[in-house]
Every structure is written in C-alpha cells, then in structure tokens.
Design a protein around this ligand. Sequence first.
Ligand code: HEC
Length: 462
Amino acid sequence: MVFQVTMMIVVAGCAGPSAPEEAVVATYTLPDTVTFAEHIAPIVRTNCLPCHRAGHAGPFPLITYADVAKRSRMVRDVTGRGYMPPWPADTTYARYLGERRLDARQIALIAKWVGQGLLPGDTSALPEPETPIAHHGLGEPDLEVWLPDTFHQPGDRRDHFIIAKAPYELPRDTFVRAIAFVPGNRRAVHHMNGALIEYGEGTKTDVFTGAQYIDAEVMRSLDAFTALRLANDDGTYPPMVPSAVNYLPGMEATVYPEGIGGYYFKRKGTFLMNSLHYGPMPRDTVDRSHVAVWFAAKPPERPLQELQLGTNGVTPVEPPLRLKAGEVGTFHTQYTLPKDISVLTVNPHMHLLGKAFLAYAVTPQNDTVPLVRINQWNFRWQYAYTFERMLPLKKGSVIHVFGTFDNTANNPDQPYKPPRDVVGTDSRFMRTTDEMFQFFVNYVDFREGDERVELGKGRSAK
Ligand code: HEC
C-alpha cells in the first residue's frame, strides 16, 4: 500500500508545476496581439498584486505597466516554471477558495507579451487596482492581542524562527466569530502558525508571566513551553487548539459564513505562535505583530472542530518518522471517522525535508475523496486550504495521509551539509531542523445539505 502510493507521488512529482497539467489537453487560442492593458494587467492584479505592492511580502511592486515591463523577463521565467504565484497544492486534484495559480493560457499570454516586445495597449483605460478590504470585511476587530514585545531581526540574510506568546484576559467568557494574525512588518514576517491555549476557571493566576518570546533554533520545544510558562498553576497542560490562527503572505484569514465555525473563548488564554518565521532580511528590522479577534453575539451555532493526525496528533506516523542521511522515505498515517463530519479546511505540515504530500479519504462505499496533493513540497509556502463547498465525509470513512521526505543532499532545503540522520520528535514543539508530519482537518458536525454550502460566502458577503 505504502509502496504503491509512493510511486504515484513520484510520477506526479515528475510532471511538476513547470509542466502545467492543462497543457496536456490544452485547446486554448491566443490573440494575435497581446497587450498589457487588455491581457496582462488582469492576470497580474489577481495573482501577483496581493503580495507585490508596497508594504507587502513581495520584494517589488507589480502594479503598473512600468513595474511589470521592468521585470518582464523574470516574470515570464517565474510564471513559466510555476514558481510564482506560490501555490503548492495540485489544482487538478482538489479545488479551493482563493486559489492562485496560472493556467497554461495565462502563462502563454505572458510569454507572448514579452516576445512581442511588451506592448502597453490603452493603459489609461485601466481601472485603479482594487484596494483589499481591510479586516476581511468584518469591520474593526473587537479585541487586539499584541505580542508582548517587539522582535528585533538582524539583517543577516538568514531565516529566523521564533516561539512567542500573546496572552489575554477578558472580563468574561466570550463567543468568537473570527481570528486573524496581523503582521506588523509584512516584509519580514514570512509565516506564522498559532495555537490557542485556554485556561479553565481558577487554573491559572497570571497568564502574563514568563518569557515573551524565544529563539526556536536555540531552545528545545519543551524547554520553550516551560520558559513561556504556559502550564496551569499546578503544572498540568491546558487544552490547546493547535492551528487556530495561521498567516502566510497574500492569504486572508479564513472567515467562514455566518453560523459556521467560531469558538467559545475562556476568560483567560494565550495565543501561542509556535512557529513565527521571519524571512531573510538584508537590514536590521523590527516587528510587532498582533492577533485580531471578532466577537459574536451568539454562541457558535456550529463550532469549529479540529482533527490533528500524525506527529503529536491522534494517529501515529507509520513507520515512525526516522530518516537516515541520504535517505528518501514515505510515511503514512490514517484515521477512521467516528461520526459524520463536513470538512472546511485542510492543512498539511512538514518541515524542510518534505518532498510530497497526499491526503484523501476512502468512504465506506470505497469511493476516494481527494483532500490535498502537493507534488513539490515547499517549506516556505504552507497554506491552509479551504474547500469551495463544505465536504461531507461519512462515519467510517478512512482518512489516509502520505508524506514523502527527502534527506539527501539534493534537497535544496536540506539544512545540513552533509545530511544527518533525522528523527521526528514527539515533544510538543520543536526546531525547524527536526522533522514533522502532520495533517490538520477543520470541520463541523455534518448536517443535511452541507455539500451545497459555499464557504466563500463568508468573505464576499460583506
Ligand atoms: C503570496 C505572495 C506572492 C504572490 C501572490 C506572488 N509573489 Fe512573487 N514573490 C513573493 C515573495 C515573498 C518573493 C521573494 C521571496 C521568494 O523568492 O520566495 C517573490 C519573488 C518574486 C520574483 C523574484 C524571483 C527571484 O528569483 O528573485 C518575481 C519575478 C515574482 N515574485 C513575480 C511574481 C509574479 C509575476 C506573480 C503573479 C503571477 C507573483 N510573483 C505572485 C510573493 C508573492
């Protein structure tokens, strides 16, 4: 079983994003004359501008004719190889909200535009680029929970990984509709995976004590947990929602339609940024980020639930995650659903040695339901993928997850020269150079008609 699927991943991996799947069956036609105004601006505005504008993650703006013409060869190159826009999930396998991936025709249009000498067309007729709606259309947040300190990042052109906490204390328990991470410095913050830790009444006197943040490369995960003083007063661990708030450049927080998702918030708690990743910077910079929270008047009708498979989750990794130096290996984990659920979002997670990822469910009728396939894992672009519609899965369905890891010197993200033996640890938090194999599934309990519920409505309705 494991062997068969390994083969599948390898075959799919060969096709890769550089050979767009549409090319195989492509029957598109290109206009005789390609202009920026008519053909290129719409592609760039939808797919590049969310990151390539001032104050955002992309290293230069791609808005005006001049911006794009100046980098036209690079633009043709990165789109041709499927490197930009970054979107690792294979869209021939499953479809999601907010996909950013160019089809073969769009890639060919860019190439033809460059080949024809960058014709501008009537750029004066172009509408102003839309400014993204602030705060996901939810209005002003009801609560801002700030990271307690400013993080100073040295301009050493290296990645930095921080574990930080953002504690809060409210007058009373509260219902929450949505949570979003708001980076202070969008050029510096590359990604963030955050958990929500909640303290039961009387279990924690002071949520604000302990270290504010620590360097994840230096400190082992369990030490970090202690240093941040995350435990209850009696030393036991409080309950945790592992990926309550995630951030990647260009990606909005997931806001589900009214009545779907949401949380009960205890009076005292903390957001735990267990992987706050700052990208390489040429100059010293600072960042102070925060978490925005929107309250709800009513208790969540269908509260969000989370399934965590693999490392630290409810199912073991098989065989145990160990890779000898120079080895490529595929690992598996599986889970049988004890009830009917409707899946909203899936989130694959591996570290630097990840190579390919595949998850699907097999129903009791033996139908296969695709969840996510990533043919070329990219550590830097770990999205949570929300389906266009709710995806019901019946009780007894088996979720299968396969992760392939590459511990050879050929892996461009290999952290060690020469490669070393690597173990996936089972501590709660770890360094990026340790490996992890995880799959998160956000879901609600199933209701009749869920397969027709469009999840994008939460964002566009406002
Ligand atoms: C999700 C955010 C995001 C989107 C969307 C995005 N980019 Fe980028 N882009 C980045 C970041 C961050 C970098 C710099 C780091 C890197 O290379 O990964 C980058 C780098 C680049 C580079 C420089 C590559 C190099 O080798 O130096 C080019 C060219 C580029 N992007 C073009 C595009 C184009 C064209 C699009 C749309 C078709 C696009 N990008 C969409 C975030 C984005």
